[in-house]
Design a protein around this ligand. Structure first.
Ligand SMILES: [Zn+2]
Ligand SMILES: [Zn+2]
Length: 935
């Protein structure tokens, strides 16, 4: 199949109506008299023809060929730039090289057979908002104001008008829409900014993008000069907002209806940031405003700090630490003990206003200051230095040298630092961080929240001489503001943070490290859907700097990019300090059925309890305990038992708001819905028939009960999101492990990440089968990653480790691959299966989840959507079907899945489809590009 864009291009290439002569070169003229496409060697140029065959170049628009860009799963054009001798302020600075289309504007003409939305997408980063469908139209490029030309802004507006031949721009101006685009990919950032300086003057009407979900910018009048990307204050529906100047106003509203901008701040986003926002919006189908909201997410960032009563924590020794008090203490610890407002305490500690009031009354929180401040720990004048106390081994050094060379050379590149746990990836990317930082660039070290441990902070401080500035979700408003402003004005140049740190207003960002790149926490799923790893790569690609992805179990997407030669692979194969990989074995539960057990409190005649720990695992636990070492038991299920059922009639406890069963949490003494968090009292009798209620299946608490029965003297700790509410509580656990105060730790996946326990030598996976048979095509990959990471916890010190996985499927390829330690073989077979099924990364998916509170309205809307489903080559639309969980919080859920091969751009197909069907009130539509979660 010829992609639509190819047809459009052929049209352009076939215009041979007349020729004009210019400087000895021949030009092909377009039907629009103002323009011509000129051939220059292998390249095409767009020229602007002024009457009497006087030709003026308006841009180097050089369509040459297209190829397939795998990373973006789209066709792209490769252009060649040449210096334009007639353009006096050549923004390209004579740069020559192959560049991608995102930095160019050009003209092309299409006929009514062309899939215009799709073609437009390829050319204009999916500005499908043009809403062109099937009508004959002409799309062309023109300089919108001669002033822009004179200012050498390589900036061109695209206008279109359907069903008419446009012969006079000015006459048509009120009816056409413009899209401002930014050119210049390959120029140094500061130089590039220069070309956008003084772009708009007082009195100009500009489009301002507002950080709010539903907008693509509104028009305002400038009262002073401003640049593209400059932060401004303005009002929308009488509410104040801080937005950014996005381009030329294009609403066509009469001048008297356009409001003035209130303030123009002395701060701006770089042009590449705006390009990034636009591209991210295109890719994720989030609105431009929703993307900007990820960046402009600090209230009052440009205003002086508010007067607000702040409190300090005052907990003397001997004060009883209840759970809420502990949570409040952790909230303060998350912020280096800075004074906090009452609302900060509430929000960060997740406690009620009553708890805060009580603590104030008890003197545990004491009023201190009235103005938000941050502690010295967040000094903006920190200068890091390389303490030079780390000696890399040969493998690490070689990896560090390769990344270092890429940083020195500049430009975009992606490096996969692929090393088993304990192989010393951190010091390699610290090396890269230092290289970029010492060159004056800003550096972002991104990691899952759970990996922001004190251990990591200490390593950072040991390497760079000061603690890092840390960005995560539990910061006070004052701290967020300080960091945000510090990053904006370039005073803070190195930040360690979670996925949201990617959206800080970075200046001169020169390196992003994405640690644990496979981690699912990089995928944001609540407020818009984006994958922070992919958006980091996108940001680097647009701004032109290197990215380091680090993982012991890289994702299939990343491995595929390595296979395609897009990412450079740097392998670390030996464990640092000579520690050995643990021995990994399965225990076949078919031959080793766990014995029953009884608790000391059980009566002699009470029924024996179902056991989950097999004899070989129990023996290994006994041996390990006897040797004075530590044990980790992994079970990825919270609570005591997932099923609460009537023995007589079969009734099962279900959440009234969600279509899932409720889990019995014995520590809480309640039933809990894991979907919505609703609780209900545990029942002794069936509400339907009055029969006895029993529990089935095993969660963490059940395993703990069994462990305490079988190993009564062992000191046991439970770790799950129920018991670990903050990083500080995890730190306390880690400290206890290190001090040998714990013999057996029983935990969910929260334990699987990044902690180093030298005395931990046995890892037991209670149910290795859990997760192997998900319906999701990533189930095997995720199970493998999780078990591989868990296994990596064992034997990281001087003692060899051992991993035992209990399973009914010892021959399952995932488990066999883990036992063999053969990640590559596993990923190869998993990826072959995905290739055969056309699943990512060998195909594309977009999930559309439609939610409604009334089933009838939901069904009607889904039927309408199904009826309007586009028929396009290479695109398959599945659904509607009931979503994996049909009901959550009383919203019913249906889903569509749009699948396509890697040569078709699905985003414009989806946005056009959704735009065709009117959405009733009380219907939510969530679009998830490249979904990770198939609930
Ligand atoms: Zn019953
Ligand atoms: Zn629920």
């Amino acid at each position: 199949m010829i992609p639509p864009v190819a047809r459009a291009t052929l049209q352009v290439a076939n215009f041979r109506r007349s020729r004009v002569m210019y400087g000895g070169n021949k030009f092909r003229q377009l039907p629009s008299p103002q323009f011509a496409i000129a051939r220059n060697g292998a390249c095409w140029q767009l020229v602007h023809i002024v009457p009497a065959n006087k030709v003026v170049f308006i841009e180097h628009i050089l369509a040459r060929m297209y190829d397939f860009d795998f990373w973006n799963c789209q066709w792209r054009y490769v252009f060649k730039r040449i210096r334009n001798p007639l353009f006096p302020h050549d923004a390209f600075g004579g740069h020559t090289g192959v560049q991608e289309f995102t930095c160019f504007e050009y003209v092309f003409v299409v006929d009514d057979k062309t899939d215009v939305p799709s073609a437009l997408y390829h050319f204009y980063m999916g500005k499908a908002q043009f809403g062109l469908c099937g009508t004959q139209c002409t799309i062309f490029v023109a300089p919108i104001e001669q002033a822009f030309m004179a200012n050498a802004v390589t900036h061109i507006a695209i206008r279109y008008k359907t069903d008419q031949n446009i012969t006079d721009f000015k006459e048509q101006f009120p009816h056409v829409r413009t899209l401002v685009k930014f050119v210049n990919n390959g120029i140094e950032k500061n130089e590039k900014n220069k070309y956008f300086m003084g772009m708009f003057k007082a009195g100009d009407i500009v489009k301002v993008l507002i950080p709010n979900v539903a907008n693509a910018g509104y028009d305002y009048r400038l009262t002073v000069a401003a640049d593209i990307g400059q932060f401004v204050a303005c009002r929308v529906m009488n509410r104040p907002y801080v937005g950014v100047v996005w381009g030329i106003g294009d609403s066509g509203l009469p001048a008297e209806k356009i409001k003035d901008i209130i303030t123009v701040y002395d701060a701006r986003l770089a042009v590449t940031d705006l390009q990034w926002i636009a591209k991210m919006s295109t890719w994720t189908l989030m609105s431009l405003g929703a993307v900007l909201r990820l960046i402009v997410n600090v209230p009052d960032a440009f205003l002086p700090p508010k007067m607000e009563q702040l409190y300090e924590l005052n907990i003397a020794d001997g004060v009883r630490m209840t759970a809420p008090r502990l949570a409040v203490a952790d909230a303060f610890a998350s912020n280096d003990g800075d004074p906090m407002s009452a609302s900060d305490v509430q929000n960060i500690a997740h406690v009620s206003a009553a708890v805060v009031r009580t603590m104030i009354g008890q003197g545990l929180l004491v009023p201190r200051e009235q103005r938000a401040s941050v502690s010295a720990a967040l000094r903006r004048d920190i200068i890091y230095h390389d303490c030079g106390n780390i000696k890399l081994n040969a493998e690490q050094q070689s990896a560090a040298d390769k990344i270092g060379a890429a940083i020195d050379a500049g430009g975009f590149s992606v490096h996969l630092l692929d090393g088993i746990t304990g192989s010393g990836k951190t010091q390699v990317y610290f090396d890269a961080a230092w290289r970029a930082y010492s060159r004056g660039a800003s550096v972002l070290l991104m990691m899952p929240e759970i990996a922001l441990t004190a251990q990591f902070m200490h390593r950072f401080a040991a390497r760079f001489g000061a603690a890092p500035v840390v960005w995560h979700s539990n910061l006070t408003a004052a701290r967020r503001r300080e960091i945000w402003r510090g990053v904006l004005n370039g005073e803070i140049r190195m930040v360690v943070g979670t996925r949201s740190a990617l959206f800080l207003p970075w200046q001169k960002l020169g390196l992003i490290v994405v640690d644990e790149e496979h981690d699912t926490s990089y995928k944001q799923e609540d407020m818009g859907n984006y994958h922070a790893r992919d958006m980091a790569v996108l940001r680097a690609k647009i701004a032109g700097f290197p990215v380091v992805l680090a993982s012991a179990t890289p994702s299939a997407e990343t491995l595929q990019n390595v296979a395609l030669g897009k990412y450079q692979l740097l392998r670390l194969t030996s464990r640092f300090g000579g520690a050995q990989m643990p021995k990994i074995e399965t225990i076949d539960l078919r031959e080793n059925r766990p014995d029953t057990y009884q608790l000391p409190s059980d009566d002699a005649d009470s029924a024996p309890r179902t056991g989950y720990l097999s004899t070989p695992l129990c023996d290994a636990i006994s041996e390990t305990l006897a040797a004075g070492r530590q044990i980790m038991l992994f079970i990825n299920r919270r609570g005591f038992a997932p099923i609460v059922q009537c023995k007589k009639c079969g009734w099962v406890a279900q959440c009234p708001d969600c279509s899932v069963g409720m889990t019995y949490h014995r520590a809480m003494g309640k039933l809990l819905c894991h979907m919505c968090g609703r609780t209900a009292p545990m029942l002794a009798k069936c509400p339907d028939c009055g029969g006895d209620v029993s529990t089935r299946g095993a969660g963490l608490e059940k395993i703990a009960e069994e462990v305490s029965a079988r190993f009564p003297s062992a000191r046991v700790v439970l770790v799950s999101s129920d018991t670990i509410s903050s990083r500080q509580s995890l730190e306390r656990l880690v400290a206890k492990m290190e001090n040998g105060e714990i013999d057996i730790v029983i935990g969910t996946q929260i334990l699987a990440k990044g902690h180093h326990f030298p005395n931990l030598t046995l890892v037991g996976v209670v149910d290795a089968d859990m997760g192997l048979f998900g319906t999701d095509f990533r189930a095997a990959e995720h199970t493998f990653q999780q078990l591989f990471q868990v296994a990596g916890r064992a034997g990281r010190g001087e003692f060899p480790g051992r991993v035992l996985m209990q399973t009914y499927q010892p021959d399952h390829p995932v488990l066999r691959a883990i036992c063999a330690g053969d990640r590559d073989a596993f990923m190869a077979s998993d990826m072959a299966a995905r290739r055969a099924a056309g699943m990512p990364p060998f195909g594309q998916l977009i999930a559309i989840v439609v939610e409604g509170q009334k089933e009838s309205v939901l069904k009607g809307f889904c039927d309408a959507l199904a009826a309007a489903a586009p028929i396009a080559a290479g695109v398959k639309i599945m659904g509607p079907i009931a979503a994996g969980v049909y009901q959550i919080r009383n919203w019913y859920r249906m889903r569509f899945l749009v699948a396509g091969d890697t040569t078709t751009m699905l985003q414009p197909v989806v946005s056009h489809w959704l735009a065709k069907v009117k959405q009733p009130a009380n219907i939510r539509v969530k679009v998830d590009v490249n979904p990770q979660n198939f609930m």
